[in-house]
Design a protein around this ligand. Structure first.
Ligand SMILES: [Zn+2]
Length: 428
């Protein structure tokens, strides 16, 4: 055999192998033997059942552990199996700390590395879907693709990208020399309804799943201009209308009561934090169907760092101001019938502690069932994904977790999650 023919044979073989590898594999069927299943926060545990999963989706849920054929079996016969949890407010690409100057020293690429670490921790904590509430220009989008393709173990990610902010507001850069501020500009500040609408379209073009705005001042930024409204009502209305016309929802960081009220009246979909919520703001939210995402863990996290030199004096002062208000936030909102959905602001505290928020919500008067619903069915509806996630049913995404005990009797059992599957992939 000549060298030439030899080479051709090898080329043919290589071509064949490439084709074989590209061909779709026959879908594997996995049977999960569950001690009990909570298919929906509104229903009771079923007792022993088998969940069949193929191609990342739930095929069936049948009573007992027999009469189901599968390629592989996962034994959770001594656990309660339930839908994966949803956190509507995370910052996977950052870790906690007061070193705001890192913005000037760390490249965006580093955020992706940090995010890959945190995506796994978040999934292992039982969170199978998160909404990224503000990050670098492309970091959360890269991470979103990484977990979707299974290259990075982690939750399903819906990402905002950089938040829209007023010049020098919370969400814009602050605290540096003016020429450094200019250099670090996110490109997503806006002034006036026209420019703000344009920035929504830019975010959409870049791949945002949701529009994040910083409607009022914020606690952890270096700006000390208070916590009231930053955008004008006209700017917020332009943002909401433009986003909705593109099929996108808007999440607004808001602390001050008038900022919350103006955001709700402008048609913003969710209020994040909501610290100074008063009667008028709550009534505006109720009237417009605006959902509150309380992020009680954010305050828990920053409070643990108070007085330790973690934060600058301007930030410490703001933390102390909001502290007493957060203890009554959920009960204040519920008094006026405002819908509450689960979100934690992970990244302000250590990633992986997300489930501690469940117990904090219960402390403010929600039942175990209401808390579970806030992190499953209610959160899924906020994302417009109520037909895909937040419940276990045939056709739904195989986003499945398992714990010891019954979360409907004690929600804090979710702080210890023993098994996690995201889109049919087991997270380890
Ligand atoms: Zn946040």
């Amino acid at each position: 055999m000549t060298m030439k023919r030899h080479a051709r044979r090898w080329a043919n073989l290589a071509g064949f192998l490439a084709m074989a590898m590209a061909a779709p594999l026959a879908a594997e069927t996995v049977a999960i033997r569950a001690g009990s299943v909570i298919t929906d926060a509104a229903s009771e545990p079923t007792g022993p059942a088998t969940i069949l999963v193929t191609d990342g989706r739930i095929v069936s849920i049948t009573p007992g552990h027999d009469a189901v054929t599968a390629d592989r079996t996962i034994d959770l016969a001594d656990k309660t199996v339930l839908p994966g949890l949803i956190d509507l407010h995370t910052h996977l690409t950052g870790d906690p700390g007061g070193d705001f100057w890192k913005e000037a020293t760390e490249p965006d690429e580093w955020g992706v590395i940090v995010g890959a670490k945190n995506a796994r921790l978040t999934a292992l904590a039982g969170f199978t879907t998160v909404r990224e509430a503000g990050s670098g220009r492309d970091t959360a989008f890269a991470l979103r693709r990484g977990t979707a393709e299974g290259l990075v173990p982690g939750p399903r990610i819906l990402a905002a990208g950089p938040p829209l902010a007023i010049i020098g507001g919370h969400g814009d850069v602050n605290g540096f020399r003016s020429e450094v501020n200019e250099l670090l500009d996110s490109g997503f500040t806006c002034t006036g309804p026209v420019e703000c609408a344009a920035k929504v379209r830019l975010a959409s073009q870049n791949g945002a799943d949701v529009i994040k705005i910083t409607a009022t001042g914020g606690v952890l930024s270096q700006q000390g201009r208070g916590l009231e409204a930053h955008f004008t009502p006209e700017e917020m209305k332009a943002i909401a209308d433009t986003a909705h016309s593109l099929g996108l929802k808007v999440m607004a960081h808001a602390h001050g009561a008038r900022g919350i009220q103006q955001a709700a009246e402008a048609g913003i979909d969710t209020i994040e934090h909501g610290t100074y919520l008063d009667e008028a703001a709550a009534k505006a939210m109720k009237a417009r169907g605006t959902v509150l995402v309380p992020t009680l863990m954010a305050l828990q996290g920053v409070s643990e760092g108070l007085g330790k030199g973690v934060y600058t004096p301007v930030v410490e002062e703001k933390i102390r101001a909001v502290q007493p208000l957060m203890a009554s936030l959920v009960s204040r909102a519920r008094q006026f019938g405002v819908t509450i959905a689960f979100g934690t602001d992970a990244g302000v505290y250590q990633h992986g502690r997300n489930a501690e928020e469940l117990g904090l919500m219960k402390k403010q008067g929600m039942s175990d069932r209401e808390v579970l619903a806030s992190a499953t069915t209610v959160a899924a509806k906020v994302l417009g994904m109520e037909g895909q996630i937040g419940r276990l049913a045939p056709g739904y995404s195989a986003d499945i977790i398992a714990v010891e005990g019954n979360p409907l009797a004690d929600i804090t059992v979710l702080e210890e999650v023993d098994f996690v599957m995201v889109r049919g992939r087991v997270i380890e």
